[in-house]
Every structure is written in structure tokens, then in C-alpha cells.
Design a protein around this ligand. Structure first.
Ligand code: TRP
Length: 459
């Protein structure tokens, strides 16, 4: 075992000479925030909050981010930066070859999530483009029905995969870091502007109430707890090695603890503010009926319907969908990067070829989700929820119990305050994260079963 470990360390020491790195600390943070901030924040968060507990949900979400989100993010950072490898090599280095199957899970999750994420992002691209050229359609429901599946959906999905693949082909510093550094600040500015504008709307008060009215009793519901936890995983891009892979490109001994805090805070902030944009708009036009139907219904039907009716709605709507597109793109990049980095590391294939190959396969597989919303929903329930929580459990156990040098890795560059918290992180990884996550795995597995029954077995 120790020979193997030494050989591994040796190999890394050698190839780290050539490994790509982020140019600046800010570049790394923006890329990681770019991964975290995406479709999950801009709509799913506020929708889930309004369905289960309002402000009570928000508190639960913050608590779960601190209790399971940040420890798992730190576990990913430690495994990635120490090994300087993408998931397969990182798990092998931290736990030995037995752990490689877990990493295949990660790469598989990246592949599957991107395949449908890109379909949804394709709808977003289309809405943004239409807002700029022809405006929002009067009958948003019929419009969505026409474009959400079939050849229309496929073309925009393919277009979005082309953008994503081109950026990843550019590499870490010239592709991902540069794209995130340009796009993330734009997203923040647009979103804050939109929130300020939404505040002036007539229905704003009602909208805020529908979003945040606390219902503490909802917290006792098993489903609320599990969906808050699953939402935290998805929103923070945890459980499939995306943060791990980004950390593997860090060259300096930055304070990983501080970065995890900054990234989690930014991710939560964007999710929270997006709710402050969306709810007043929907309520100002009395479209709340459409909200309760489904997550996609609200984002792609209720909101565009509101933009079509309100004065200035076209400009506001264009900005909103552009911000959403930017968020989706920087997230998609990170999903593809996990797959691409694994191919580069394990098979020594040059980046451009690896990105092109992986991007093409994912684009083709995504055609399944672009032809059926049922398929899209099923892959989301399996890979976007269940796989992530399983992956998170694996990582908590690996880093909490087995990986050598994990603590030292987190101590590097840590200020005294953060340093004193590191033992707490390990207590969480060992004793608190696993039981909570096992409970969530069980709940999400039941959910997958429910989805299969209701959509495929007519139950
Ligand atoms: N976090 C992104 C969002 O909220 C999606 C995402 C990107 C993701 N990379 C990920 C989710 C890795 C899980 C794992 O939309």
C-alpha cells in the first residue's frame, strides 16, 4: 500500500509540472462560483422555498449549507488540490484503487447531468434570443409546448453544447477562467439591477410574502428536509467532483476554507436575490396560478407571460434570460470539465481532442432529453439528485476517515480562525454528514421510484 502511495505521489510530482493552473485566486473563485451559480439558483431555489416553508426553508437551507455543504466542499478541495488530479486519480490517490468505481460514478454523473442541463439551457438561449429579436410570445404556454421538445429543442441544445465545448477546449486559464471572469460580474450586476427594479412593482409585497412567508411546521416534513439537502448539493455543485477538479488546478497554497465560505455565500446570495426578482414579477401580474404547476412551468411559462404583458418587459426579460444563460454556461463548463479532465489524466489524450469527443457524445446523448420531458425528469432525479448525494457520502467517508494528509491540506494557508475550525470540519465529515446524507439518499431513491411509477408505469 505504501509503495503504491509513494509511486502515486511521485507520479503527481512529475506531472504537476505540466498541469494547467488558474492564473489568479479571483479567477479560481469566479470559476467555482460560476459552477455553483446556475439554473439551480435562478429558479429552483425560490420555487422550492415557496413550496415548503418560505423563510423557514431559507434558514434550513443555510443550516444545511453550513452543516453538510461546506464540509463536503472542503473534502473535494482537499482531495483535488492534494492529488492535483481529476476525480479518478484523486480518489485513487486518497483511498487506493478500490475507490475508482466511485469516481466513475462522478464522471457518469457529470455526463448525465450535462446531457439534460444543456437542453434546459437551450430553452434559455432561445428565450433570450427571442426577447432580443421578436419579443415574448402572447401565449407562453403554447410556445413552451412547441419548443421544449423535438427538433427545436434539439437545435438549441446542440448550439449550447457547442458554446460549452469551445470554452472547455480553451483550457483552464484561457477558456474557463477568462469566460467566468467576464461573465460572472455581468450576472451579478444584472441580477442586482433586476431586484431593485422588481422592488418598485405593485405586487412586490405580495410576491415577497409568497416567497418568504415562514411556515415553521413545514420543516417537520421529511420531504422538505430532503429536498433542501438535495438542492444544496446541486446548487453548490457538490457530489461529483466538479469542485475537486477545479481545486486540482490550484497552484498556490490558498486558504481553501475561506474560498469555500466565499463560494457558498455567493451561491446562496444569488439564489436568494433571484427569488426577490422572480416573485414580485409573477405577482405583479397575478400569474401565481402558473407557478404552482411545475418548476419549469413557472420559469418558462409564468415569467415569460409576465414579460409579454408588462411595460418594459421585453428589456427586463431579455436581461433576465441573458443572466440565466450566463449562469447556465459557466455551470455547464464545470460539468464538462470533470469528464474532460478525467479523459486527459487517465488516457493522456490532448485537451482539445478530449473536449471535442466528450462534448460530442454528451450532445448526442442529450438528444434523448430533448425529445421527451419525461426522460429529462428521470435523468434529473437519478443523476441530478440521487447520484450527487451518493457521491457526497463517498467523499465524506473517504476524506473523513481514510485520506492521509487531508487535515494538513486544509491547514495550508489557513488563517488562525479558520485553522481552529478545521477539527470541527472533520467531526462533521465523520459523524454528522454521513447519517444525514444516508437519510437523504433513501428519500431521493424513493423519489426516483415515484418518478418511474408515475411517468412510466401509469401509477
Ligand atoms: N450548480 C449548478 C446549478 O446550480 C449546476 C452544476 C454545475 C452542478 N456543476 C455541477 C451540479 C456539479 C452538481 C454537480 O445550476
Amino acid at each position: 500500500m505504501s509503495d503504491r502511495f509513494d509511486a502515486e505521489v511521485q507520479a503527481h510530482a512529475e506531472d504537476s509540472i505540466q498541469r494547467e493552473v488558474f492564473g489568479t485566486r479571483l479567477g479560481f473563485i469566479l470559476a467555482a462560483v460560476g459552477s455553483a451559480v446556475g439554473l439551480g439558483n435562478m429558479w429552483r431555489f425560490s420555487y422550492t422555498a415557496s413550496e415548503g416553508g418560505g423563510a423557514a426553508f431559507v434558514f434550513l437551507y443555510i443550516a444545511l449549507t453550513l452543516i453538510i455543504g461546506i464540509p463536503i466542499m472542503l473534502a473535494e478541495f482537499a482531495a483535488g488540490r492534494k492529488s492535483r488530479r481529476s476525480p479518478i486519480g484523486a480518489l485513487r490517490a486518497a483511498g487506493g484503487p478500490k475507490w475508482i468505481p466511485v469516481a466513475f460514478f462522478y464522471v457518469g454523473a457529470g455526463f448525465l447531468i450535462l446531457s439534460y442541463y444543456s437542453v434546459i439551457a437551450g430553452w434559455v438561449v432561445r428565450y433570450a434570443f427571442e426577447a432580443l429579436t421578436v419579443g415574448f410570445p402572447a401565449d407562453a404556454g403554447a410556445h413552451f409546448e412547441a419548443i421544449s421538445t423535438g427538433p427545436q429543442a434539439m437545435s438549441y441544445h446542440l448550439l449550447f453544447m457547442i458554446f460549452t465545448t469551445i470554452i472547455v477546449m480553451g483550457g483552464i486559464e484561457k477558456g474557463i477562467e477568462r469566460a467566468s471572469s467576464l461573465m460572472m460580474p455581468a450576472l451579478f450586476l444584472i441580477l442586482i439591477g433586476l431586484a431593485a427594479w422588481a422592488f418598485t412593482l405593485d405586487g412586490a409585497g405580495e410576491g415577497y410574502a409568497a416567497y418568504l412567508q415562514p411556515v415553521w411546521g413545514d420543516l417537520l416534513d421529511r420531504g422538505t428536509f430532503a429536498s433542501a439537502a438535495a438542492q444544496a448539493f446541486f446548487s453548490l455543485s457538490l457530489g461529483m467532483g466538479a469542485m475537486l477538479t477545479f481545486a486540482s488546478y490550484l497552484s498556490k497554497d490558498e486558504n481553501l476554507n475561506r474560498e469555500a465560505a466565499v463560494i457558498s455565500f455567493a451561491d446562496f446570495g444569488v439564489a436568494f436575490i433571484a427569488g426577490l426578482v422572480v416573485f414580485p414579477i409573477v405577482f405583479a401580474l397575478g400569474l401565481q396560478g402558473a407557478v404552482s404547476e411545475s418548476t419549469v412551468g413557472a420559469l418558462f411559462i409564468a415569467l415569460p407571460g409576465a414579460f409579454a404583458e408588462m411595460s418594459g418587459g421585453r428589456v427586463i426579460g431579455a436581461l433576465f434570460f441573458l443572466a440565466l444563460m450566463v449562469g447556465a454556461l459557466t455551470s455547464a463548463i464545470s460539468l464538462l470539465e470533470v469528464v474532460v479532465a478525467s479523459i486527459i489524466d487517465e488516457f493522456d489524450i490532448p485537451r482539445k481532442r478530449a473536449a471535442l469527443g466528450a462534448g460530442t457524445l454528451i450532445a448526442l446523448f442529450g438528444l434523448l432529453s430533448a425529445s421527451s420531458l419525461d426522460t429529462l425528469g428521470l435523468i434529473d432525479a437519478v443523476a441530478g439528485e440521487l447520484f450527487l448525494v451518493i457521491g457526497g457520502l463517498g467523499l465524506a467517508i473517504l476524506v473523513g476517515y481514510r485520506m492521509e494528509g487531508a487535515r494538513e491540506e486544509l491547514e495550508k494557508g489557513a488563517s488562525p480562525v479558520f485553522r481552529s475550525l478545521i477539527p470541527v470540519v472533520f467531526v462533521f465529515l465523520r459523524y454528522i454528514v454521513p447519517p444525514i446524507v444516508i437519510f437523504v439518499i433513501w428519500d431521493r431513491a424513493m423519489n426516483v421510484w415515484t418518478v418511474i411509477q408515475t411517468t412510466y408505469l401509469g401509477g
